[in-house]
Design a protein around this ligand. Structure first.
Ligand code: ATP
Ligand code: MG
Length: 248
């Protein structure tokens, strides 16, 4: 099983939009587990479900198993562990290793080809648990000055996490989102990411498409929508590039 963590501490940088489309796109290639680690529960909504007030992925921090939280979604190959709406990570002092331990105890890797984790825009126990199981960390960013700063901060957080948990640093993919090639700031920001962090980490950009915002009201990720759209084309390209990275 390959685990892809979608992460950026900067809010509103299309983490959830990317998570639901990548998870649904990968479901066309194998079995996928989507973990909605953000208590906002937007990834759950994005795949046709609801966040839950009683049982969800965060219940693993309260002694429950991961597999008892599983539920079906809009795609037969895509299983969701929804967000537990009112879970407060700050009530716990040390959550380290809980997800990693659940993966191992429940042999999760035997049941899924891919696991995609949507994370909250914070550097907390939830993000740290996700990074502990990551094979690949995908960082979506809006190509603005602060967007580039946030990518650098995320990379440093990754290094720190790898050091603390004494594991190898995960593969990193950086994804420009809401990109408009006619905006100079966007082009300059992508060029800055290339020179600062390495061209090899960069995936082809996702443009602006209002259908990517509307998909949440339908509970149908654009990647599964039969209608042709820019969002569908861009995320299809992103998944193809990601698959090549995961296989190498
Ligand atoms: N390429 C795009 N074109 C148009 N709208 C987009 C695009 N990508 C994301 N959006 C919209 O931008 C907003 C923020 O996206 P999203 O919720 O995925 O970000 P996020 O990083 O998960 O946010 P948070 O930090 O709150 O978890 C949403 O309303 C989403 O529908
Ligand atoms: Mg989100």
């Amino acid at each position: 099983m390959k685990t892809i963590v979608i992460s950026n501490r900067k809010g509103g940088s299309a983490k959830t939009t990317t998570a639901v489309n990548i998870a649904s796109g990968l479901a066309q290639h194998g079995s996928v587990l989507l973990l909605d680690f953000d208590t906002q529960g937007h990834a759950s909504i994005g795949v046709g479900c609801e966040p839950n007030e009683n049982l969800g992925v965060h219940s693993i921090f309260l002694g429950r198993t991961l597999s008892e939280t599983f539920m079906p979604t809009v795609h037969k190959n895509l299983t969701l562990s929804p967000a537990l709406t009112f879970f407060d990570v700050y009530e716990f002092s040390d959550l380290r290793g809980v997800l990693k331990n659940r993966f191992k105890k429940e042999s999760i890797a035997d049941f899924f080809d891919y696991c995609v984790i949507d994370t909250p825009p914070t550097f907390d126990g939830l993000l740290k648990n996700s990074l502990e199981v990551a094979d690949c960390v995908l960082i979506p960013f809006i190509p603005h000055y602060l967007g580039v700063v946030a990518v650098g901060q995320m990379l440093r957080a990754l290094l720190q996490s790898a050091k603390t948990s004494a594991r190898e640093i995960a593969d990193v993919c950086i994804l420009p989102v809401m990109y408009n090639p006619h905006i100079i700031e966007h082009k300059e920001s992508v060029a800055k990411v290339k020179t600062s962090f390495g061209e090899a980490k960069l995936l082809s950009p996702i443009g602006v498409d209002i259908k990517l915002a509307k998909q949440f009201s339908l509970g149908l990720p654009i990647i599964l929508d039969k209608k042709r759209s820019k969002g569908l084309k861009d995320y299809s390209q992103c998944i193809n590039e990601l698959l090549i990275r995961l296989e190498s």
